[in-house]
Design a protein around this ligand. Structure first.
Ligand SMILES: Nc1ncnc2c1ncn2[C@@H]1O[C@H](COP(=O)(O)OP(=O)(O)OP(=O)(O)O)[C@@H](O)[C@H]1O
Ligand SMILES: [Mg+2]
Length: 224
Protein backbone atom coordinates (compact mmCIF):
# COMPACT_ATOMS: atom_id res chain seq x y z
CA UNK A 1 0.00 0.00 0.00
CA UNK A 2 2.92 2.32 0.77
CA UNK A 3 6.39 2.04 -0.80
CA UNK A 4 9.12 4.45 0.19
CA UNK A 5 12.75 4.68 -0.88
CA UNK A 6 15.21 7.40 0.11
CA UNK A 7 12.38 9.81 0.78
CA UNK A 8 13.30 13.28 2.02
CA UNK A 9 11.62 16.54 2.79
CA UNK A 10 13.85 19.55 3.28
CA UNK A 11 13.00 23.16 3.87
CA UNK A 12 15.29 26.11 3.24
CA UNK A 13 15.21 28.72 6.01
CA UNK A 14 17.52 31.62 5.28
CA UNK A 15 20.90 30.03 4.68
CA UNK A 16 20.18 26.77 6.50
CA UNK A 17 18.55 23.55 5.35
CA UNK A 18 16.10 21.83 7.65
CA UNK A 19 15.62 18.11 7.11
CA UNK A 20 12.02 17.68 8.19
CA UNK A 21 11.79 14.01 7.28
CA UNK A 22 14.12 11.37 5.92
CA UNK A 23 13.27 7.71 5.41
CA UNK A 24 15.60 5.31 3.63
CA UNK A 25 13.16 2.46 3.14
CA UNK A 26 9.67 1.62 4.32
CA UNK A 27 7.00 -0.74 3.02
CA UNK A 28 3.52 -1.03 4.46
CA UNK A 29 1.25 -3.73 3.06
CA UNK A 30 -2.48 -3.53 2.31
CA UNK A 31 -4.56 -4.09 5.41
CA UNK A 32 -1.66 -3.54 7.81
CA UNK A 33 -2.26 -1.56 10.99
CA UNK A 34 0.83 0.38 11.90
CA UNK A 35 1.72 2.55 14.88
CA UNK A 36 4.20 5.28 14.01
CA UNK A 37 6.36 6.49 16.89
CA UNK A 38 9.34 8.78 17.30
CA UNK A 39 10.36 11.80 19.31
CA UNK A 40 8.80 15.21 18.76
CA UNK A 41 10.13 16.86 15.59
CA UNK A 42 11.45 13.65 13.99
CA UNK A 43 9.11 14.07 11.02
CA UNK A 44 5.99 11.98 11.70
CA UNK A 45 3.50 14.64 10.60
CA UNK A 46 5.67 15.52 7.59
CA UNK A 47 5.74 11.85 6.57
CA UNK A 48 1.95 11.50 6.85
CA UNK A 49 1.52 14.71 4.85
CA UNK A 50 3.79 13.37 2.09
CA UNK A 51 1.93 10.05 1.99
CA UNK A 52 -1.36 11.99 1.75
CA UNK A 53 -0.01 14.15 -1.07
CA UNK A 54 -0.33 17.35 0.94
CA UNK A 55 3.43 17.95 1.13
CA UNK A 56 5.58 17.27 -1.90
CA UNK A 57 8.79 15.31 -1.24
CA UNK A 58 12.12 17.02 -1.99
CA UNK A 59 13.57 13.77 -3.31
CA UNK A 60 13.13 10.01 -3.32
CA UNK A 61 10.39 7.60 -4.28
CA UNK A 62 6.92 7.43 -2.80
CA UNK A 63 4.17 5.18 -4.13
CA UNK A 64 0.78 4.91 -2.42
CA UNK A 65 -1.99 2.50 -3.47
CA UNK A 66 -0.07 1.74 -6.66
CA UNK A 67 0.31 5.42 -7.63
CA UNK A 68 3.72 7.10 -7.84
CA UNK A 69 3.06 10.40 -6.08
CA UNK A 70 6.38 12.08 -6.81
CA UNK A 71 5.63 13.38 -10.33
CA UNK A 72 2.05 14.48 -9.60
CA UNK A 73 1.09 18.16 -9.41
CA UNK A 74 -1.07 19.61 -6.67
CA UNK A 75 -4.45 19.09 -8.38
CA UNK A 76 -3.67 15.45 -9.18
CA UNK A 77 -2.49 14.86 -5.62
CA UNK A 78 -5.72 16.41 -4.28
CA UNK A 79 -7.79 14.08 -6.49
CA UNK A 80 -5.69 11.13 -5.38
CA UNK A 81 -6.23 12.03 -1.71
CA UNK A 82 -10.01 12.42 -2.15
CA UNK A 83 -10.22 8.99 -3.74
CA UNK A 84 -7.94 6.89 -1.53
CA UNK A 85 -7.14 8.54 1.78
CA UNK A 86 -8.88 9.44 5.01
CA UNK A 87 -6.91 11.74 7.22
CA UNK A 88 -7.10 12.81 10.86
CA UNK A 89 -4.90 15.85 11.44
CA UNK A 90 -3.05 16.61 14.65
CA UNK A 91 -4.97 19.90 14.73
CA UNK A 92 -8.32 18.35 13.59
CA UNK A 93 -9.07 21.07 10.96
CA UNK A 94 -12.79 21.16 11.67
CA UNK A 95 -14.70 24.04 10.07
CA UNK A 96 -16.25 26.36 12.63
CA UNK A 97 -19.44 27.43 10.81
CA UNK A 98 -20.57 23.80 10.50
CA UNK A 99 -21.91 21.41 13.10
CA UNK A 100 -20.47 17.95 13.84
CA UNK A 101 -22.66 16.13 11.32
CA UNK A 102 -21.95 18.69 8.59
CA UNK A 103 -18.21 18.50 9.25
CA UNK A 104 -18.32 14.73 8.77
CA UNK A 105 -20.44 15.14 5.63
CA UNK A 106 -17.91 17.60 4.19
CA UNK A 107 -15.58 14.62 3.91
CA UNK A 108 -18.17 12.94 1.71
CA UNK A 109 -18.59 16.05 -0.45
CA UNK A 110 -14.82 16.23 -1.05
CA UNK A 111 -14.80 12.52 -1.86
CA UNK A 112 -17.65 13.05 -4.35
CA UNK A 113 -20.12 10.93 -2.35
CA UNK A 114 -22.83 13.26 -1.23
CA UNK A 115 -26.41 12.31 -0.46
CA UNK A 116 -28.69 10.26 1.75
CA UNK A 117 -26.40 7.22 2.12
CA UNK A 118 -23.53 9.45 3.17
CA UNK A 119 -25.73 11.11 5.77
CA UNK A 120 -26.81 7.86 7.39
CA UNK A 121 -23.21 6.62 7.44
CA UNK A 122 -22.13 9.92 9.05
CA UNK A 123 -24.78 9.58 11.76
CA UNK A 124 -23.83 5.92 12.29
CA UNK A 125 -20.13 6.79 12.69
CA UNK A 126 -20.84 9.66 15.09
CA UNK A 127 -23.04 7.34 17.16
CA UNK A 128 -20.27 4.73 17.23
CA UNK A 129 -17.83 7.23 18.75
CA UNK A 130 -20.39 8.28 21.35
CA UNK A 131 -21.50 11.57 19.76
CA UNK A 132 -25.07 10.63 18.85
CA UNK A 133 -26.31 13.46 21.07
CA UNK A 134 -23.83 16.02 19.68
CA UNK A 135 -24.71 15.91 15.97
CA UNK A 136 -25.64 19.58 15.81
CA UNK A 137 -22.95 21.03 18.05
CA UNK A 138 -20.41 23.27 16.35
CA UNK A 139 -16.71 22.73 17.03
CA UNK A 140 -16.64 25.49 19.67
CA UNK A 141 -19.51 23.71 21.42
CA UNK A 142 -17.55 20.47 21.65
CA UNK A 143 -14.74 19.35 23.95
CA UNK A 144 -11.31 18.80 22.39
CA UNK A 145 -11.66 15.03 22.63
CA UNK A 146 -15.08 15.26 20.97
CA UNK A 147 -13.65 17.38 18.11
CA UNK A 148 -10.99 14.75 17.63
CA UNK A 149 -13.65 12.04 17.31
CA UNK A 150 -15.60 14.15 14.78
CA UNK A 151 -12.36 14.47 12.76
CA UNK A 152 -11.97 10.69 12.86
CA UNK A 153 -15.52 10.18 11.55
CA UNK A 154 -14.82 12.65 8.74
CA UNK A 155 -11.76 10.62 7.78
CA UNK A 156 -13.79 7.40 7.66
CA UNK A 157 -16.87 8.66 5.85
CA UNK A 158 -15.76 7.63 2.34
CA UNK A 159 -14.44 4.21 3.35
CA UNK A 160 -10.87 5.14 2.34
CA UNK A 161 -8.32 2.41 1.51
CA UNK A 162 -5.73 4.14 3.65
CA UNK A 163 -6.38 5.90 6.95
CA UNK A 164 -3.68 8.28 8.19
CA UNK A 165 -4.17 9.51 11.74
CA UNK A 166 -1.94 11.90 13.65
CA UNK A 167 -2.31 11.18 17.36
CA UNK A 168 -6.07 10.69 17.03
CA UNK A 169 -6.40 9.64 20.66
CA UNK A 170 -4.21 12.32 22.20
CA UNK A 171 -7.06 14.09 23.96
CA UNK A 172 -9.18 11.11 24.95
CA UNK A 173 -9.49 9.69 28.43
CA UNK A 174 -8.12 6.12 28.52
CA UNK A 175 -11.56 4.45 28.29
CA UNK A 176 -12.83 6.60 25.41
CA UNK A 177 -9.46 6.33 23.66
CA UNK A 178 -9.52 2.54 23.85
CA UNK A 179 -13.09 2.47 22.59
CA UNK A 180 -12.40 4.81 19.66
CA UNK A 181 -9.29 2.83 18.74
CA UNK A 182 -11.25 -0.42 18.87
CA UNK A 183 -13.86 1.09 16.58
CA UNK A 184 -11.23 2.35 14.14
CA UNK A 185 -9.43 -1.00 13.97
CA UNK A 186 -12.71 -2.91 13.70
CA UNK A 187 -13.81 -0.81 10.74
CA UNK A 188 -10.33 -1.18 9.22
CA UNK A 189 -10.39 -4.97 9.57
CA UNK A 190 -13.95 -5.40 8.29
CA UNK A 191 -13.20 -3.35 5.21
CA UNK A 192 -9.54 -4.40 4.77
CA UNK A 193 -8.27 -0.84 5.23
CA UNK A 194 -4.67 0.10 5.94
CA UNK A 195 -4.09 2.26 9.02
CA UNK A 196 -1.02 4.34 9.87
CA UNK A 197 -1.46 6.03 13.21
CA UNK A 198 0.97 8.30 15.01
CA UNK A 199 0.82 7.55 18.70
CA UNK A 200 3.01 8.10 21.74
CA UNK A 201 0.88 5.82 23.83
CA UNK A 202 2.39 2.32 24.23
CA UNK A 203 -1.05 1.02 25.32
CA UNK A 204 -2.64 1.95 21.95
CA UNK A 205 0.42 0.84 20.00
CA UNK A 206 -0.07 -2.66 21.45
CA UNK A 207 -3.36 -2.97 19.56
CA UNK A 208 -1.66 -2.35 16.22
CA UNK A 209 -0.01 -5.15 14.22
CA UNK A 210 3.26 -3.37 13.80
CA UNK A 211 5.21 -0.56 15.38
CA UNK A 212 7.61 1.69 13.47
CA UNK A 213 9.99 4.10 15.17
CA UNK A 214 10.66 6.94 12.74
CA UNK A 215 13.67 8.12 14.76
CA UNK A 216 15.51 4.94 13.83
CA UNK A 217 14.37 5.13 10.18
CA UNK A 218 16.06 8.49 9.65
CA UNK A 219 19.30 8.12 7.74
CA UNK A 220 21.42 9.59 10.48
CA UNK A 221 21.01 13.24 9.59
CA UNK A 222 19.52 15.31 12.38
CA UNK A 223 17.12 18.16 11.66
CA UNK A 224 18.81 21.50 12.20
N1 LIG B 1 7.51 24.38 6.89
C1 LIG B 1 8.59 24.08 7.60
N2 LIG B 1 9.72 24.78 7.50
C2 LIG B 1 10.82 24.48 8.21
N3 LIG B 1 10.89 23.43 9.07
C3 LIG B 1 9.80 22.68 9.22
C4 LIG B 1 8.59 22.93 8.49
N4 LIG B 1 7.68 22.00 8.85
C5 LIG B 1 8.29 21.20 9.76
N5 LIG B 1 9.57 21.60 9.98
C6 LIG B 1 10.53 20.94 10.89
O1 LIG B 1 10.61 19.58 10.51
C7 LIG B 1 10.68 18.73 11.64
C8 LIG B 1 9.61 17.66 11.59
O2 LIG B 1 8.33 18.25 11.85
P1 LIG B 1 7.05 17.33 12.08
O3 LIG B 1 5.90 18.23 12.30
O4 LIG B 1 6.95 16.36 10.95
O5 LIG B 1 7.45 16.54 13.42
P2 LIG B 1 6.62 15.46 14.28
O6 LIG B 1 7.45 14.21 14.32
O7 LIG B 1 5.25 15.33 13.75
O8 LIG B 1 6.60 16.11 15.75
P3 LIG B 1 5.45 16.10 16.90
O9 LIG B 1 5.55 14.75 17.58
O10 LIG B 1 5.88 17.20 17.82
O11 LIG B 1 4.13 16.35 16.25
C9 LIG B 1 10.61 19.63 12.87
O12 LIG B 1 11.91 19.78 13.41
C10 LIG B 1 10.05 20.94 12.33
O13 LIG B 1 10.58 22.03 13.05
MG1 LIG C 1 3.38 15.86 14.51
Amino acid sequence: MIEIENLRKEYARGGERVVACSVRELRIGRGEQVALRGRSGCGKTTLLNMIAGIVRPSSGRLAVAGTDLTPLGEAARDRFRGRHIGMVFQTFNLLQPFDALENVLLGAVFGGRDGRAAKSRAVELLEKVGLGDRLHHRPNELSVGQMQRVALCRALINGPELILADEPLGNQDPETGAEVLRMLLEIAREEDRTVVMVTHDPESARFMQREIDLTTLRDGEVAA
